[in-house]
Design a protein around this ligand. Structure first.
Ligand SMILES: [Zn+2]
Ligand SMILES: [Zn+2]
Length: 298
């Protein structure tokens, strides 16, 4: 009699387990309002499926917790100097299993966005390493001069959340020469930035940005015609602190294809920040740059 009871008990346990395992794949609970969230702009919510009006990403039903996905960067050849051809290889691993991630969501028409910034904040690159069948990404380049660089990968592993992971690379110069690692002293550069086929003017609100507080960045483009989306967004902005600690990739808060675009940002610290912003006009990608001092909250 006792044996039968035990059997019944374990059978019902099994049944219970099976039902539990099926639940995440087929949710039957009614969807609460505003449950669709943009994985990138988490304040954008909707009660129905669709796309984020700000960055164009597909809204998802509930986002997983923010967990960092380790990104490995290997440079070949292992010994290299400024000006020499090298290959950067990026490998993302799953923080839970340690395995190479080989499924990524498309973000702004690409699987992997690369930002490269030199220590003096004069050199800026936004490129797209080539995906390989094993899940890694390759990018051929030459570092233009000796010094320290920040190399940031921007990607969205399937099942995770969008990531921006930065690595530091020290690039040697001629044999025997020392690599100078000086802190750049950046002069403010506000007003108009002259680009390939447009001028871009920046006006901030408040005029003196304050660390930890929201700053509105208004970009005015002249001429204002022929503005096009560039890889899925009206504009792309990378913000870097002068010590290269803070890196932020952002998209317009308000944009409609007209000559004015608004980005909202919270500068994390009272430092000087370099801003690169990219807009496309008549098929040409323009990169405007500004240097903005950020004050402490008093
Ligand atoms: Zn990109
Ligand atoms: Zn972007």
């Amino acid at each position: 009699m006792r044996i039968v009871l035990v059997l019944v008990f374990s059978l019902s346990l099994c049944a219970q387990t099976t039902v539990d395992a099926k639940q995440p794949a087929a949710p039957i609970a009614p969807v609460a309002p505003q449950d669709y969230v943009c994985p990138m702009d988490k304040d954008v919510r909707s009660d129905k499926p669709g796309f984020c009006p700000r960055c164009g990403m597909k809204l998802v039903l509930g986002i997983p917790d923010d967990v960092e996905y380790p990104m490995e960067l290997k440079i070949r050849p292992a010994v290299f100097r400024a000006g020499e051809k090298v290959q950067l290889k990026f490998r993302v691993t799953d923080p839970h299993t340690g395995k190479t991630v080989d499924h990524f969501e498309v973000v702004h028409e690409r699987l992997f966005h690369l930002f490269l910034v030199s220590e003096d904040l004069q050199y800026f690159v936004h490129e797209h390493p080539v995906p390989q069948p094993d899940g890694t990404f390759l990018y051929d380049m030459a570092f233009p001069k000796p010094g320290m660089y920040r190399v940031a990968g921007d990607f969205y592993p399937t099942g995770g959340t969008p990531q921006l992971i930065a690595k530091t690379v020290i690039v040697p110069g001629a044999p025997g020469s020392e690599v100078k690692l000086a802190n750049p002293s950046l002069e403010p550069e506000l007003g108009v930035s002259h680009c390939t086929n447009m001028d871009v003017e920046l006006v901030t609100e408040p005029p003196q940005p304050i660390a930890g507080m929201k700053t509105l960045l208004f970009f005015h483009i002249k001429p204002g015609d022929g503005i096009e989306k560039y890889i899925g967004a009206w504009g792309h902005m990378l913000v870097a602190s002068d010590d290269l600690i803070d890196l932020i990739h952002d998209h317009p808060f308000i944009a409609d294809g007209g000559p004015q675009m608004q980005f909202n940002i919270i500068f994390p610290r009272a430092r000087t920040y370099k801003i690169w912003v990219q807009f496309q006009r008549n098929g040409v990608v323009n990169t405007a740059s500004f240097t903005v001092p950020v004050a402490e909250l008093k």
